[in-house]
Design a protein around this ligand. Structure first.
Ligand SMILES: *Cc1c(COP(=O)(O)O)cnc(C)c1O
Length: 357
């Protein structure tokens, strides 16, 4: 199998090997040490401000998005949501469910967020901003620094969903002033799904500790308290956390987060060069490194996905909803190299010869 989806992605052999081991009991100093090391590495890789904390949630990243909405906002807030695709829209729905007053900046698929569009909302009393830094549904990268500046000016609490951007696109949590960063195990972290990570700045830690949240599982103050001793309130996905430890150390040994971001960027650049010449168009105005969204001019996008899967053993990422037959995505995250891109391109060339593109 050759997997170019945006998650789960290909894992390194070392990460797979840990996954094949027996899962140990976890209320031990040994496992606490693994958790503490995971926290320290993830805070460093996200360039989190001094005094930040990380919690490791056993849920997919949508669970963490929900936990953040519940633990950081109330009916007294007014939150601005960047709604440029299915993940942005998920934040809108979460605000609706939890009755958080909000307004959405609606963007078309692939459209970037300009400063002019954002500053229409300047000085209008927004107390928080929710954004998916890479809107993975179309692979649009929003400018975390520009949005951070807006948040500073408006004294707004700044939440960055970096689920697919972390380790794929440059992100400096301290510099852009984000209060919260969310990521997950199965995107650029290139581990199996099951764990999502929330980084809280000191300001976010204070906010979470003051909030009375109506949830047992999504009580972030409880998660923070347990994390002081390298533990979680409930049984976590122990095996995945051990794989994350292997992977974070692998990245560290390879030169750290910036090197990994550069590697993903060159994987994306290589693909975007090689795909030129096909009757395809790129969808995103400001492409993120993690994924390329492609619009085939003469063929059905979902049929290309199916054909590659069934006849070549190659997985690209289909889109859902309105974009299903219009757009497919090719991921650049996970254990992939430029030679893998060539294999995909050769399969597409073969399909072209057969008149299927
Ligand atoms: C994948 C993704 C999520 C949600 O991840 P799940 O693990 O499927 O819940 C959220 N936001 C972004 C930007 C993503 O790419």
């Amino acid at each position: 199998m050759l997997n170019f989806t945006v998650g789960p992605v290909m894992c390194s052999e070392e990460v797979c090997a840990v996954g094949a081991e027996q899962v140990p009991y976890f209320r031990t100093p040994e496992f606490s040490a693994v958790m503490k090391e995971n926290e320290q590495l993830i805070l460093r890789f996200a360039k989190a401000p001094e005094g930040s904390k990380a919690v490791f949630m056993t849920n997919s990243s949508t669970g963490s998005m929900e936990a953040v909405v519940m633990n950081c906002f109330s009916e007294k807030d007014l939150v601005l949501v960047v709604d440029g695709g299915s993940f942005g829209h998920r934040f809108v729905e979460l605000c609706e469910i939890h009755e958080i007053p909000h307004e959405a900046i609606r963007l078309n698929p692939g459209q970037k967020l300009t400063k002019e569009a954002l500053y229409q909302y300047d000085g209008r009393g927004f107390t928080g901003v929710l954004v998916n830094i890479d809107e993975t549904s179309t692979g649009v990268l929003y400018d975390s620094e520009m949005i951070g500046e807006f948040c500073r000016k408006n004294h707004a609490f700044y939440v960055c969903d970096c689920v697919s951007a972390f380790l794929a696109d440059p992100f400096d949590m301290a510099h852009c002033g984000a209060d919260v960063m969310i990521t997950g195990s199965q995107k650029a972290l290139a581990c199996p799904p099951g764990i999502s990570i929330i980084i809280l700045s000191p300001r976010a830690v204070d906010r979470v500790n003051c909030k009375k949240v109506k949830s047992m599982y999504f009580n972030l103050a409880d998660a923070l308290k347990n994390m002081e001793r390298g533990q979680t309130p409930f049984t976590p996905a122990v095996g995945i956390l051990r794989q994350i430890n292997t992977r974070l150390n692998e990245i560290d040994a390879g030169g750290g987060a910036d090197r990994e971001v550069a590697r993903v960027a060159s994987q994306a650049k290589d693909f975007r060069e090689k795909i030129k010449g096909f009757p395809f168009e790129f969808v995103s105005e400001s492409p993120a490194n993690g994924v390329t969204s492609v619009h085939p001019l003469h063929a059905d996008a979902f049929e290309i996905f199916t054909e590659l899967k069934d006849h070549y053993g190659i997985w690209i990422c289909p889109n859902g909803g309105d974009l299903k037959s219009k757009v497919f995505r090719v991921g650049h995250i996970g254990h992939l190299c430029p030679e893998d891109n060539t294999i995909l391109i050769n399969a597409l060339k073969d399909m072209q010869v057969k008149g299927k593109i």
